[in-house]
Design a protein around this ligand. Structure first.
Ligand code: GDP
Ligand code: CO
Length: 397
């Protein structure tokens, strides 16, 4: 992989938000390049060996809820062999048992691909018992089961990856139409981690484009509505603190992102679809130097946030208008409700939500549940409750 070095970085406390990096070659060859001994190079080449080393320590978490099996199979096909896929499903089990169908499809696929995998269901009582036993009840609903939501599934995936000794976690949605795009995203994750300086790092994908059909022609849209709005308010937040206007943040809603497990265990998470925007907010809350940090050791280090633009277009299942409004509200509400949100920014967010008719005149945006950092969970206690033989189908490797 050949990637441009970041041209700019916005420093916020210990956070380093890097500007968007471009890909120059998906495969940069294996020979040594003398240019890289020069300190003036602007493009970074990551060797296949380094990529392999990271990927063999990376779990790819795939949250899935009632997606088409063909899409899930395509996603599996795009995952480099060394990575371990962890599928966390919240698909229905009645009247048709879609979860069983997913399990069979994954098992069959991985037999042919000679690939190890883990597949779990979000509502399995093993998990709710484990969360109960480790005092993490906020993730459970009134029936004592894990709540619905993508974030909740992602949290389960992170815990499994940690337990299985993985050093990195990457997320890939199950509704992606292009296995080639999945492959590229994961190569971007592994390449950035291979060249990261800090053990606390995050990589977020900026989609090259989202193809749409307009007047019978393909149109490659760059910015979705939700992303445009979220990025704007995250950049406003940074600008209001630094006093310099910035547009460094381009990935406020990046579902496709990855983290070192050390960072993944430290961050607090927000429920449902606000989780990705909340990463930025929580990074600033915990390591931005405004509030007192619980982790002075991390403050001494840098926390690196990479944003890389993929070359493949992104095509996933089309969701309705309601879903879009919900995403805008959730994304902006985590910015609004943060203790670091300046009053000026709160006013601007309220104005935006009213303009979009997402909230009524006197109302405030909803406050999504937040989940405390996973490092508070006693992992030994947690996994005593979970029968891994039932879940981890390590078929032949
Ligand atoms: P968007 O792409 O961000 O608009 O949202 P999607 O509806 O495509 O959801 C992203 C991913 O999360 C998809 O793979 C969904 O199948 C999955 N997903 C949605 N809700 C849940 C859930 O409650 N639990 C789990 N485990 N996955 C979910
Ligand atoms: Co989607």
């Amino acid at each position: 992989m050949r990637i441009e070095l970041p041209r700019e970085a916005e420093r916020f406390g210990s956070n380093l938000f890097y500007g968007v990096q471009k890909i120059y070659e998906l495969d940069a060859g294996s020979s040594q390049d003398t240019e890289f001994s020069s300190q003036f190079h602007v493009v970074h080449k990551i060797s296949p060996e380094k990529i392999y080393e990271v990927e063999s320590q990376m779990a790819i978490i795939i949250p899935v809820k009632n997606e088409r099996l063909k899409l899930l199979e395509g996603v599996l096909c795009g995952i480099p062999h060394a990575c371990l896929p962890i599928i966390v499903s919240n698909s229905t089990r009645e009247p048709t048992n879609r979860f069983r169908m997913e399990y069979n499809a994954v098992d069959n696929f991985c037999r042919f691909a000679k690939k190890r995998y883990v597949i779990v269901h979000q509502k399995d009582d093993y998990f709710s018992n484990a969360f109960e036993a480790t005092h993490y009840q906020e993730i459970l609903n009134e029936q004592g089961m894990v709540k619905n939501g993508k974030a909740e599934g992602m949290i389960m995936g992170i815990l499994l990856a940690k337990f299985l000794g993985k050093k990195y976690v990457g997320f890939i949605d199950a509704d992606n139409f292009f296995p080639g795009a999945v492959f590229e995203y994961i190569r971007i994750y592994s390449s950035t981690f291979a060249s990261a300086n800090s053990i606390f790092s995050m990589t977020r994908i900026l989609w090259h484009s989202k193809p749409k059909v307009i007047d019978s022609n393909l149109f490659f849209a760059k910015w979705g509505r939700v992303t445009r709005i979220t990025n704007n308010y995250l950049n406003r937040l940074i600008s209001l603190y630094t006093g310099f206007e910035t547009d460094v943040i381009k990935t406020g809603n990046a579902g496709e992102h990855a983290m070192s497990i050390d960072l993944a265990m430290l961050l607090d998470y927000s429920a449902g679809f606000s989780i990705e925007t909340y990463h930025f907010i929580n990074l600033i809350e915990q390591f931005g130097g405004i509030l007192e940090s619980k982790h002075p050791d991390v403050m001494q280090n840098a926390v690196e946030i990479y944003q890389v633009e993929s070359r493949n277009p992104h095509l996933h299942e089309v969701k309705n208008e309601e879903h879009i409004k919900e995403m805008i509200e959730h994304s902006l509400s985590v910015i609004f409700h943060s203790p670091i949100s300046p009053s000026e920014l709160k006013k601007e967010i309220l104005r935006e939500l009213k303009k979009l008719k997402i909230i009524e005149k006197e109302n405030s945006p909803i406050q999504p549940t937040t989940y405390k950092a996973l490092q508070s969970i006693d992992l030994h206690k947690f996994f005593c409750k979970i029968d891994l033989t039932k879940y981890c189908n390590f078929s032949t490797n």
